[in-house]
Design a protein. Structure first.
Length: 186
């Protein structure tokens, strides 16, 4: 009798399915940025006056990892660099597309570690001198990487990233601490 009851409970019981997390996010970002190495003197340090980002990271509450795709554009103002001649600030626009992995080492499904890499385009309002050219250039491209934290808060996604740009690229290298907030959705 006991085995029949256990079998009936097993047959009639359904397993709980995982709930999907919001896959998309679109929002704003800002942060501090500075040139690194020899580029610290050329471009200086400053902040992102405005940034926009959109991401796609499909996942469920039971998964411990997922993939991520993020597009971002940042408008920066860099102060104290030698490349700035006309204005007091070197104004930059940085656009990047990053593909990455999100890991959830915690038990809560709302926080994720992120590791992303991809390509970047940078454009400045004034020429930036580079070692392999006689004159400076205003447009550059190269690789970019970031490590960060994504945190779901209700209908929002808060993210904090440490980003390193122009890895092995033709342009100036910079290191940035970026924070953003985005609306989440399907």
């Amino acid at each position: 009798m006991r085995s029949v009851l256990v079998a009936a409970v097993c047959v009639l019981t359904t397993t709980a399915s995982a709930e999907p997390l919001p896959s998309g996010a679109i929002g704003v970002a800002t942060g501090a940025v500075a040139g690194t190495g020899a580029d610290a003197k050329r471009v200086g340090a400053g902040y992102y006056q405005f940034g926009a980002q959109a991401s796609w990271q499909p996942s469920t509450t039971e998964k411990r990892w997922s993939w991520s795709l993020r597009w971002a554009t940042y408008f920066g103002a860099m102060y104290g660099g030698t490349a700035s001649h006309i204005e007091s600030a070197l104004h930059t626009i940085e656009m990047d597309v990053l593909l990455g992995v999100r890991l959830r080492p915690w038990s809560t499904p709302s926080r994720w570690l992120t590791f992303r890499g991809g390509g970047e385009l940078l454009r400045a309002n004034e020429p930036i001198p580079i070692p392999d050219a006689t004159m400076g250039r205003r447009s550059f491209y190269g690789a970019v990487g970031s490590v960060g934290l994504d945190w779901y808060l209700g209908g929002f996604l808060l993210n904090i990233d440490v980003r390193y740009g122009m890895i092995g690229g033709s342009g100036p290298a910079d290191l940035a601490l970026i924070t953003g907030i985005a609306f989440t959705g399907p």
